[in-house]
Unconditional design. Structure first.
Length: 578
């Protein structure tokens, strides 16, 4: 079978379906996609709200407590307390609907989604960590998302197995780490990116096995380096003493390192380690991956974002231990097709928040059920007879949204059926739009609520040095420097929690000037986008393997051609690191 070029029905750009892709679609018996890979990713992201939390009434009859929820109080979704939702005092089968062949499937399904109760957020086995989302087994943590097995950690995303860290993105197995991105097994590290096994250092980029280093890039197993130059221990300590809790001095250092990073502009084409035949960025210990981002221990899969241990999967994101899955988000299990927030299940289609289920279609909030359609229980024979008729009906009576996009069997949920506005979801984080742009593309938008905070400490009045800060700041409302004027889900103001202040004091760090959301966006902006461009290695150094001629190795890279970085292939890059 040859490759085929199609026009995306969403963005109208052309995209290519390769022969291997067609083989996968035939294997799982779905038609080829009508959205391009990027639009498919955005469509899934529109159903995942991570950071916008609300107080929501518990809707269990007779319960009047307030819940921390990803659903706003104006959302039509029915929200139950997490413990009650997991319990056996209510029955999701009681919401069963008979399939109506006179109506479109997605409309029937959306009606079911709004009626069947759901948990307020995803936060399992939490200990004193109630403000965490998409989280497991965290203790004494606050406002971390996509985070598992952390302790005493705050304001982060993609955190695994850390202790005493704050304001980090994609960090694991680290301790006493601050404002770090893509760092692994580090200790006492500040304002660094793509580092591994680094200790007692700050302002590093792409360093390995370093200790007591400052303002450096591309180092390997070095000590007492500053701006990539060797110093004696005594000289280093003299320089290091300026790294203290004074905000103005610290800001000067942040700016100075940003300039140095740009000047030291060599970059590897993509951050791919211990992987074979992998295309994407931040791919580790994987093989046969096409267009993967932030992928671990996976193989034979394409169009992936954020997860580990995928086998033969296409278009899945936020996953763990998945096999033969397609067009699904937030999943653990085998044979998921067009699902979200499901785990430990098998062979389920168009399901939402279903767990330990098998052979289900169009179901919501089921536990340990099989052979159900729209939450109605069927026998195996009835299910297998009815399912092909429904698939045929979805093709004959497709859902058509307000922008004329057509949804037949084989498409993920229509974006306009998401319970969230575009700017409530991670779509806004990775593919930011203005309100005008979002509405023009047919997406919902949530206008900023009037907050009218009584600011206790104006931004310019936040103490400059941490040594002048005591416990009296706890509970005070601090003004965010952006004052809600940015496009970064700014909360306009923020408070400190006690453990957070202890962390700043222990690490000798100044108090932040931005709210947690704005700080999160500053970190996101330092990472590469979830896109790839075809480019050629820019190396022209004659001492490399290519000799007198420029290197002609071609690759897919997240560095756009207009960017200023000098992008090398893997071999040329390794010849240049220290």
């Amino acid at each position: 079978m040859n490759s085929e070029t199609k026009q995306c029905q969403n963005c109208k750009k052309n995209f290519t379906i390769e022969p291997d892709d067609f083989g996968f679609y035939e294997k799982i018996k779905v038609p080829p996609p009508t959205f391009c890979p990027e639009c498919r990713m955005i469509r899934q992201f529109l159903f995942r709200n991570e950071k916008n939390l609300y107080k929501h009434d518990c809707m269990v009859p007779g319960h009047d407590e307030k819940l921390i929820s990803i659903y706003s109080p104006t959302s039509p979704m029915t929200v139950y307390d997490t413990n009650y939702w997991w319990g056996d005092k209510w029955d999701p089968i009681s919401y069963a609907q008979e399939y109506d062949f006179s109506q479109n499937f997605f409309k029937q399904y959306h009606n079911l989604q709004e009626k069947v109760p759901r948990p307020p957020l995803v936060n399992n086995q939490a200990v004193n960590s109630e403000y965490c989302n998409f989280a497991d087994q965290n203790k004494d943590c606050y406002l971390i998302t996509s985070a598992n097995r952390n302790e005493n950690s705050f304001y982060g995303f993609g955190l695994i197995g850390n202790k005493n860290i704050s304001d980090c993105l994609w960090c694991s197995d680290s301790e006493l780490v601050y404002e770090c991105i893509d760092c692994i097994k580090c200790y006492d590290l500040k304002n660094s990116q793509q580092c591994e096994n680094c200790v007692s250092s700050a302002f590093l980029f792409d360093c390995r096995g370093c200790n007591n280093c400052l303002f450096s890039t591309h180092l390997r197993n070095k000590s007492y380096y500053v701006f990539n130059k060797q110093y004696s221990k005594e000289q280093y300590l003299e320089i290091f003493k300026d790294l203290n809790g004074d905000y103005k001095k610290y800001k000067e250092m942040v700016d100075k390192f940003d300039v140095f990073k740009k000047e030291s502009s060599m970059r590897k084409s993509a951050n791919i380690l211990k992987s074979v035949n992998a295309i994407g960025d931040n791919i580790f210990s994987s093989k046969n991956i096409n267009q993967g981002f932030d992928i671990y221990n996976s193989e034979d899969s394409s169009y992936l974002e954020e997860g580990l241990k995928a086998q033969s999967c296409y278009d899945v994101c936020f996953f763990e231990n998945t096999e033969l899955c397609y067009e699904s988000i937030s999943l653990i299990g085998y044979g998921y097709f067009f699902t979200m927030y499901c785990r430990d299940s098998r062979n389920i289609f168009y399901c939402d928040n279903c767990h330990a289920c098998s052979e289900c279609f169009g179901c919501v909030s089921l536990h340990k059920k099989s052979y159900c359609i729209l939450n109605k229980q069927y026998t195996k024979e009835e299910y297998e007879k009815l399912l092909p008729k429904i698939i045929k009906h979805m093709d004959a009576m497709p859902y058509v949204d307000a922008k004329g996009r057509i949804y037949k069997y084989g498409e993920f949920f229509p974006s306009e059926l998401s319970p969230f506005a575009y700017n409530e979801t991670i779509a806004q984080e990775y593919f930011p739009l203005t309100k005008k742009e979002a509405i023009a593309r047919g997406y919902k938008w949530k206008d900023k609520e009037e907050r009218n905070y009584a600011i206790d400490i104006k931004n310019e009045d936040i103490p400059n040095d941490i040594k002048y800060v005591n416990d009296s700041v706890i509970g005070k409302v601090l003004e965010c420097a952006h004052q809600g004027k940015c496009n970064e889900q700014c909360t306009e103001a923020f408070k400190l929690i006690p453990n957070e202040l202890i962390f700043y004091q222990k690490m000798n760090l100044p108090l932040p000037r931005l709210c947690p959301n704005c700080r999160h966006y500053q970190r996101l902006n330092q990472r590469n986008p979830l896109k790839l461009w075809h480019r050629t290695c820019m190396c022209n150094k004659q001492n490399h393997a290519h000799g007198e001629n420029n290197c002609d190795v071609e690759f897919e890279t997240p560095y756009a051609p207009e960017r200023t970085e000098i992008v090398y292939c893997e071999k040329c890059y390794q010849q240049e690191v220290y």
